[in-house]
Design a protein around this ligand. Sequence first.
Ligand code: HEC
Ligand code: HEC
Ligand code: HEC
Ligand code: HEC
Ligand code: HEC
Length: 474
Amino acid sequence: MNELNKKSGSAGIFISIIVVVAIVAVGITALLVNIFERKSEARNPYIRLVEVTEDTTDPEVWGKNWPKQYDSYKRTALTTSTRFGGHGGSEALPAEKIERDPWLKRMFLGYAFSIDYRDRRGHAFMLTDQEDTKRHNVSQSGSCMHCHAAIMPVYRELGDGDALVGMNKTHAMSYQELNKMVHDMGHGHSVSCVDCHDPDSMQLRVTRPAFIVGLQRLAESDAPVPAIPSIDIWRQGSRKTPYDPNVDGTRNEMRSFACGQCHVEYYCSSGMPLTFPWSNGLTMEGAEKEWDETKIKGERFYDYKHKESGAEILKAQHPEFELWSQGIHARSGVACADCHMPYMRDGASKISDHWVRSPLLNVNRACQTCHHFSEKEILARVDSIQQKNYDLLQRGGAALMDLLDAVEVAKKSGATAEQLKPALEMQRKAQWRLDYIAAENSMGFHAPQEAARILAEAADYARQGQVEALKLTK
Ligand code: HEC
Ligand code: HEC
Ligand code: HEC
Ligand code: HEC
Ligand code: HEC
């Protein structure tokens, strides 16, 4: 290297140092700005204008402190509709599912769901829709209220401060009796801020006793739970205290637990306290096993006897939390709130959208944060999953109707109850699977492959039952 080059070399180094220093300075400033922004986001500056406590169930009071979240929460009263989500029908009454799919109605014959079973809608309506349903034509238990009102103070009152003890008394009460108590005590509100937030710290938390007990039994089993890693960590520990989602759950898990308090399969009648059937895991088979082994008044558990065939039927209810747990999003740590309550900018702050609704109305914030495809492409992918699920569901429904027809013919040709048993056992298995996916509200999206597997089994069991019945036809 010659002298000239050396000189320009050291000048070059000098310039480089200046450039590096400048870049570092810019970097540090950016970092500081970023840290400051995050801190203020984490601090979530708000002024407590009013005091809120465990007994403040009225969301309007909380709204004085947190007006932005309250504004979006109130929008759950607005109508939403997508191809399979939201609701059809009028504002007064959402559309009847059992009119849209007549096979559903026949499947539920002998049960209150064949009288009235409508599309769900926003959280604002949960209490009034429950009060208005004609399913009360048959008497319902107080357990219904667990997921349809801001009921925690009432549970504590009934249990002398212990909400679980209180809840365990309500299955023996009538719906009307408990509903009156909730209103008389001033807690006749839909799911409210206090149900998901600690009034002192605003931390996300769960309150519903049946959910907490359900998760404890899940943790105590050895069923794999890849979607809930904190359960594995608890299992490896001393197990001295039961698994507690509010202590052991991660912040990310809480973003799904908050919804799992209600969007789950359950037992809800007067025979025993409200139960989430998770002692064999969160799978469809796990729940089926638990119900098959449950005895009510000495008999194998069933929700109703089918009016035409006499089969002992299990009714499935909205297993969103369970189906989600079997899908790729749950396994990748994507929570209910990521899609159904995505972050939104509101002025200078970033808040969670409390307008809980179909994410397809909100693809930009709900999906495009992770998926860098156009909105059109994302919607097309969802539609393709849902269409396939819908087609399989209809074929399952048709297979079940054929099974029922075959049983009717067998009965007419003199088949005895004993002879019909194998066919009716197949009906129980087929209906449980079909209903599990029909009652789940994502039309297969939460776990497409698992939903397809369950529907394939439903059609198979229905056809096996049909064959059993045909054997009895002379
Ligand atoms: C990856 C995103 C994603 C996650 C995570 C997710 N969902 Fe969904 N969910 C959807 C999509 C998409 C639909 C279909 C909406 C439609 O058809 O309009 C849906 C539908 C629903 C519906 C019916 C909505 C309506 O408007 O009728 C409910 C209820 C629901 N999900 C609850 C949950 C719960 C509870 C969890 C967590 C246990 C969860 N979801 C997790 C994307 C998600
Ligand atoms: C474990 C929680 C839970 C319990 C217990 C519960 N529900 Fe619900 N209910 C829900 C959820 C979640 C939805 C919305 C999803 C859907 O409609 O599938 C809903 C929707 C409804 C709807 C509106 C849609 C429809 O089905 O027509 C009515 C009415 C209703 N429930 C009545 C009842 C009655 C009556 C009981 C007691 C027998 C009851 N619920 C018990 C969680 C629950
Ligand atoms: C206290 C019980 C409860 C909790 C907690 C709860 N839900 Fe719901 N959810 C319901 C009921 C009941 C309905 C049906 C209301 C009706 O049809 O009147 C419903 C309806 C919905 C709908 C349909 C909205 C529409 O416009 O059609 C979505 C989506 C939903 N819930 C998602 C969630 C998510 C996500 C969470 C958690 C952040 C959650 N829910 C927490 C009980 C609950
Ligand atoms: C069904 C459960 C649920 C209900 C009911 C609910 N929230 Fe939230 N809230 C959440 C979730 C989930 C988050 C996100 C928390 C996180 O990511 O840690 C949240 C976040 C918040 C935050 C933190 C800042 C933000 O926006 O992310 C505030 C403040 C808040 N909610 C206020 C309210 C108020 C006020 C009400 C009643 C009007 C309410 N919430 C009702 C589930 C709920
Ligand atoms: C927080 C990030 C995140 C969000 C939000 C999210 N996804 Fe995903 N999604 C993933 C991950 C991770 C996978 C797994 C595949 C992978 O690793 O790329 C996935 C997979 C998928 C798949 C293919 C798997 C399947 O189930 O068939 C579809 C379709 C999909 N997402 C649609 C959506 C839609 C629609 C939304 C909004 C309602 C959404 N995602 C929101 C992260 C996300």
